[in-house]
Design a protein around this ligand. Structure first.
Ligand SMILES: Cc1ncc(C[n+]2csc(CCOP(=O)(O)OP(=O)(O)O)c2C)c(N)n1
Ligand code: SF4
Length: 284
């Protein structure tokens, strides 16, 4: 692990961070900084974008161009940035509510387009920053500030949603599995196309407190207990899988990346001297 090089990637003058003691968001952010250092990314050619939320705040801890955008819209900003600066490596730090609640529409279309972006989803099963409201990822029957008798809506499975919508690299892990976070983030960044790394994480302040798990350590261990690596998952019966979540590298596919296709088309039309109205420029 490239621990000795993290100061190149983090704005250390902004530390300590603002997250609550025991929050998993710091662990994911740490893993992202390690992944950048291990890949030896050039900070001048890398950008981090976040939405609004506790997770979105990770973006401005990075010592490079970063954007703290609006809730659910970071992928929109990232799409514009990637089209304008195709050589930039762009990473997004999104909350679960951010990515698949208010930003759900942008999320599925980013998956469909297959832009070369890496979206890390800090999935803490709740709207953290605004006080613990129910999210589209809150598990069935679990409590939040707005579902005090238990959530009646089935949650989204973010990784499966991403695969179904067309993302070409999808991995899921937990904040317990530090090495896997680093490994999957690195692979997501190296992958040419839209990469989604869902990290199941813990919000002790709201989700934990409301669901009788006040201790971050206990929450981390629950994440470990409730998840099964894909290699073992394949061997389990339906009954054994009940209540468990599969983790690991879940999907990998090669298909044309949007920015490359876009600039390829422009080059082709220019070579054929096609005018913007679709007609051919007449030879001089
Ligand atoms: C358009 C818009 N709607 C709602 C809000 C209020 N808001 C800010 S953060 C947030 C919840 C964040 O939850 P999540 O995205 O899951 O991230 P977390 O804080 O849990 O990391 C909400 C609803 C907002 N800022 N902008
Ligand atoms: S409210 Fe939850 S997600 Fe937000 S900083 Fe605190 S523990 Fe973390």
């Amino acid at each position: 692990m490239a621990y000795d090089r993290l100061e190149e990637y983090l704005r250390v003058e902004r530390l300590p961070h603002v997250w609550c003691p025991g929050c998993g968001h710091g662990m994911i952010t740490h893993a992202l900084a390690c992944a950048m250092a291990e890949l030896n990314l050039d900070p001048n050619q890398t950008a981090v974008l976040g939405g609004i939320g506790c997770s979105g705040r990770a973006a401005f801890l990075f010592n490079m161009d970063s954007m703290h955008t609006t809730h659910g819209r970071a992928l929109v900003f990232a799409t514009g940035l990637k089209l304008a600066r195709p050589n930039l490596t762009i990473v997004l730090t999104l909350g679960d509510g951010d990515a698949v609640g208010i930003g759900g529409n942008h999320f599925i279309h980013a998956c469909r387009r297959n832009l070369d972006l890496t979206a890390i989803i800090y999935n803490n099963s709740i709207y953290g920053q605004t006080g613990g409201q129910v999210a589209p990822t809150t598990p069935l029957h679990k409590k939040s500030m707005t579902s005090p008798y238990g959530n009646l809506e089935p949650p989204f499975d973010i990784a499966r949603l991403a695969i179904a919508a067309g993302a070409t690299y999808v991995a899921r892990t937990t904040s317990f599995d530090f090495r896997d976070m680093v490994r999957f983030i690195k692979r997501g960044i190296l992958h040419k196309g839209f990469a989604v790394i869902e990290v199941l994480t813990h919000c002790p302040t709201y989700y934990g407190r409301l669901n009788e798990m006040r201790d971050p350590y206990e929450m981390l261990h629950k994440l470990k207990e409730n998840t099964v690596p894909i290699e073992e998952w394949e061997q389990l019966t339906e009954e054994e899988r009940y209540g468990k979540i599969v983790i690991g590298e879940l999907h990998r596919q090669e298909r044309p990346e949007f920015v490359e296709s876009y600039y390829g088309l422009i080059a082709q039309l220019q070579a054929q001297q096609v005018k913007p109205d679709g007609t051919q420029a007449s030879a001089a």
